[in-house]
Design a binder for this molecule. Structure first.
Ligand code: KG4
Ligand code: ZN
Length: 355
């Protein structure tokens, strides 16, 4: 049996987990900072790195002790190297390096997006898939369509050209005065709404596999807010959705349902089309937005292929997925020197690990 300790601190969750053989979670600790960021309506980088620094020691110790082992029983330590917030990533990396030096264990830098993909390997029951797999990663920071042709091998097919899917949920959530992060609240509110009440635009008529959500957000904004005067408009730029004033007769649940229908239509159409074009055997969904029930159901309905997604607690950021990804890298014989630095803009493709 191999025990890998994963450490994740790329955004607003301080997380540590011990995973056995890349498949079984022995412990999974996630300290969320959501309450700290709620008042800003988004993640505030300085607040995030300070909170990581305060939490990381306890979170890692708890993960090792919950797994019922000591540090000496670990086979390796894995840590998120990027993409993410520089200050947040640094906290995790520095802690992991210190631990690796102290314990003499190998340290593996892991791409956060690869972690999201390997959250699928932690589902139970599990059978090894046949490649290629079409992977859609949808989170607060990313919207990535990838072809996974083998373990550790990815071909980028498309991504967002503006907002990430989760970011669009969060911005619309802010417009509708729902708590942060907006995704789960929009889903909840939309359950009582009419998804055809508003016909929001689906920017997907082009043949590329890139996504765009900013037009959709603007359409929602026009529909639900009192339009400011031209003079006021020039003063409002960033954070406009936070300050926007809602019209009185707006049905929050209808807007939520209709917006969610538009986002999921866009995601499903491109994913299913790419899966057909590239001869994928299965579709894998990962990342925070893959917790969305409408997305899961539509993808199953529209695709002839099996569709897999992680259990809810592994959709959002966690460290078990980082340990699971590290297990597969070790299986491939891939290791790393300890003197690596953070990569806040790290793209996931075949040769990004080789530097
Ligand atoms: O993967 P994650 O925890 O963090 C990043 O790596 O970004 O994803 C967080 C994102 C947030 O934007 C949140 O609103 C969204 O996932 N999210 C959802 C749902 N649950 C979380 N979006 C739609 N429906 C949900 N049920
Ligand atoms: Zn994530």
């Amino acid at each position: 049996m191999t025990y890998i300790l994963g450490i994740e601190s790329s955004c607003d969750e301080t997380a540590a987990s011990v995973v056995i053989d890349g498949r079984t979670i022995a412990s999974n600790i996630v300290a969320s900072q959501i309450d700290l960021h709620a008042e800003y309506g988004g993640v505030f980088p300085e607040v995030a790195s300070r909170a990581h620094a305060e939490a990381i020691g306890l979170v890692v110790e708890q993960a090792v002790s919950d797994a019922g082992i000591g540090y000496e029983q670990l086979d390796a330590i894995a840590v998120t190297r990027g993409p993410g917030l520089v200050g947040s990533l640094l906290v995790g990396i520095n802690y992991a390096k210190g631990l690796a030096l102290m314990t003499g264990k190998p340290l593996l830098p892991i791409n956060h997006l690869e972690g999201h993909i390997y959250s699928l390997w932690l589902t139970k029951p599990f059978h090894e898939p046949d490649f290629p797999i079409l992977v859609l990663i949808v989170s607060g920071g990313h919207t990535e369509l990838l072809l996974m042709t083998g373990h550790g091998q990815y071909e980028h097919l498309g991504g967002t050209i503006d907002d990430a899917a989760g970011e669009a949920f969060d911005k619309v959530g802010r417009l509708l005065k729902l708590p942060f992060p907006g995704g789960p609240h929009i889903e909840r509110s939309g359950r009582n709404g009419n998804a055809t009440a508003y016909d929001f635009p689906r920017a997907m008529r082009d043949t590329s596999y890139d996504f765009s959500f900013s037009g959709l957000k603007t359409a929602v904004m026009r529909e639900v807010t009192v339009q400011p005067s031209a003079q006021a408009r020039t003063k409002r730029k960033r954070g406009a959705e936070k300050r926007a004033q809602l019209k009185h007769d707006v049905s929050i649940s209808d807007i939520a349902a209709s917006f969610q229908a538009a986002v999921t239509d866009i995601l499903v159409e491109k994913t299913v089309r790419a899966a057909q074009e590239f001869g994928a055997t299965e579709i894998f969904l990962a990342g925070g937005v893959s917790a969305n029930t409408m997305l899961r159901m539509k993808m199953r309905k529209e695709s002839q292929l099996p569709v897999r997604y992680p259990p809810l607690n592994l959709c959002t950021d966690n460290a078990a997925m980082i340990a699971a990804a590290a297990h597969h890298r070790i299986q491939l014989g891939l290791t790393s020197r300890i003197d690596f630095d953070v990569l806040p803009m790290w793209n996931l493709n075949a040769d990004t690990y080789s530097e």
